[in-house]
Design a protein around this ligand. Structure first.
Ligand SMILES: O=CN(O)C[C@@H](CC1CCCC1)C(=O)N1NCCC[C@H]1C(=O)Nc1ccccn1
Ligand code: NI
Length: 181
């Protein structure tokens, strides 16, 4: 199973590299890796397992964070009525709302062992094209936390860190086009 020892920390150049597209159909090894990324998120959200293995809770993970410069991400967000459970190859935002949003508490990152205060502007709604674990092309329309998370993960594939988006002059300036949080 993946643990925090497998998570690459800022300073490692892989986090600033543009990750490579994955050839479809994915190899068995690429599918296994994506499954392990998803399992890490599920484990990290299980109080007992997280405590036992000292896992920091995560709702998303990108392959470069485990040292693999490939365009693969996992998002696992339990909500009241459903679980946003995505394991994707080559995700791409193909359209987005003009409206922006941001997490009130700012963002963090499992690869960043420090607090970086400030609002991170994100598209409020995104349409994402990707390939699922079996290599089938899918389209997702996301809003809210799933939309924020998937943008955070796709940024990792392009070597972008969440704090790159924070307004340097005024980290808590309300980003443009924000109707609500
Ligand atoms: O690239 C992937 N990562 O770096 C893991 C990040 C991804 C999220 C950051 C913002 C959107 C996606 C992650 O999950 N975290 N970052 C560190 C703190 C804990 C955790 C987190 O934000 N949890 C959370 C947030 C809102 C509601 C519930 N839980
Ligand atoms: Ni991150």
């Amino acid at each position: 199973m993946l643990t925090m020892d497998d998570i690459v920390r800022e300073g490692n150049p892989i986090l600033r590299a543009v990750a490579s597209e994955v050839m479809m159909p994915p190899t068995q090894e690429e599918k296994e890796t994506l499954k392990k990324m998803r399992e890490f998120l599920i484990n990290s959200q299980d109080d007992e397992i997280a405590e036992k293995y000292k896992l920091r809770a995560g709702i998303g993970l990108a392959a470069p964070q485990i040292g693999i410069s490939k365009r693969m991400i996992a998002v696992y967000i339990p909500e009241e009525d459903k679980i946003h459970d995505y394991t994707l190859f080559n995700p791409k935002v193909i359209s987005h709302s003009v409206e922006n949003t941001y997490l009130e508490g700012g963002e963090g990152c499992l690869s960043v062992d420090r607090e970086v205060p400030g609002y991170v502007p994100r598209h409020a709604r995104v349409k994402v094209k990707a390939y699922n674990i079996d290599g089938k092309e899918i389209t997702l329309k996301l809003k809210g936390l799933p939309a924020i998370a998937i943008q955070h993960e796709i940024d990792h594939l392009d070597g972008i860190m969440f704090y790159d988006h924070i307004n340097k002059a005024d980290p808590f300036a309300i980003p443009d086009h924000c109707a609500t949080n």
